[in-house]
Design a protein. Sequence first.
Length: 216
Amino acid sequence: MASDKVHFDEIFSKYRSDPYDYVDMYAVHAGEVRFLVDVDAEVNGVSGQWHHIPGSPLYEITRERNPKVITSKTNGTVSYINKEADGQFVEAGTRLLTIRHPLKKKEIIESILQEVLYLFPAPERARYYFSMDIQSRIDQKGARSIFIKPGDEIITMSLMKRDTPVYYSGEPGILHSIYFKAGDSVDQGVPLIGVCPEDKLTVVQKIITRVKAEWE
């Protein structure tokens, strides 16, 4: 456990010195870009009771005379802008800017836990739902009452109007963290859930307790 302690001390030190997440924004498609913010600008993400208020405008991209304004999905400060792209035609996927997002206590906990938990990624870009049995158990007793093992049918993938069962293929353990909402479109490779092997439950609880105690 001594080596684990040093490892976790290093992780905590990293978040202490830089408690931010850096969110890169890329061109959603090819087109001419015009930035609507400057470096150091404060931006807000989606808000409102029903998430009906869009975030701050970041850039406008025009393709075939059809301008489209892209808004921020998170709050924070613009820390980088690709100045060379301003007023220029860019290809889809070009990095345009970066938002420095201040991590809340809950987000810090989840970021640290992602270095401990087994992360089960989305196999394809699609919409995801828990299987009916799993969702029912989550609703009744909570996610952490569920033990899953390789081969369990835990999630349904909805793609091109077809629903396909997704079978778990990671380490057996407790369903500790959920990183998506039912019906969300999730990119390929992005974690859907975090599973905690039973022998790591004590370590995970220590992480949560320590962050809650040390972060305001």
